[in-house]
Design a protein around this ligand. Sequence first.
Ligand code: ADP
Length: 193
Amino acid sequence: MLNVIIFGKPGSGKGTQAAMIKDKYGLIHISTGDVFRKNTSEGTELGNLAKQYMSKGELVPDKITIAMLESEIKSFMPCNGFILDGFPRTILQAESLDKLLVNLNLKIDLVIALDVPNKNLINRLLERGKTSGRADDQSKEKINKRLEEYDNKTKPLIIFYENQKKFYSIDGVGSLTDINIRLVDIIDSKCND
Ligand code: ADP
């Protein structure tokens, strides 16, 4: 079992890299953003609720997000492991995840951050917005709000996972293949410890 969190600011490439890693290691990829967007497009109660926050670039409240993540994880058990993309994004989410995993006799093995400067992120997100149709990619204002949410609520997780000796950061600028190699190097070196 290998459980990895892929960490980073909005637009840092978490989803793309998670999809590549998932195939290589046979993991289940859970993207909280994708689950919320699927619910939004299907018009479920969860989707309608999440949309109110997502469209403004704000985080969805913890209680809703944690319940959703818990039911996702349980729905895929048993499996080879998970790659979590976009979760946790707050200390409460991280603490809840630890508790949930202890109950399932599991743990997080690694947290790998994709490090990308804000300037590149804003360009990437505005570019993605031209084709993604995502409301939160459509303006600098919404993108800045998401970066602000990251600084206030998500960045403290770096220390949380450094304290658990699980945190690694790699350069998230470069070709998809180069970044993938950096990620795989860390996963393989930790798996062979
Ligand atoms: P990005 O990483 O580019 O922000 P995501 O698809 O991961 O894209 O997230 C899009 C939005 O979904 C977030 O801005 C937030 O509103 C919501 N969301 C995703 N994951 C979480 C989470 N763990 N907690 C709260 N809100 C979340």
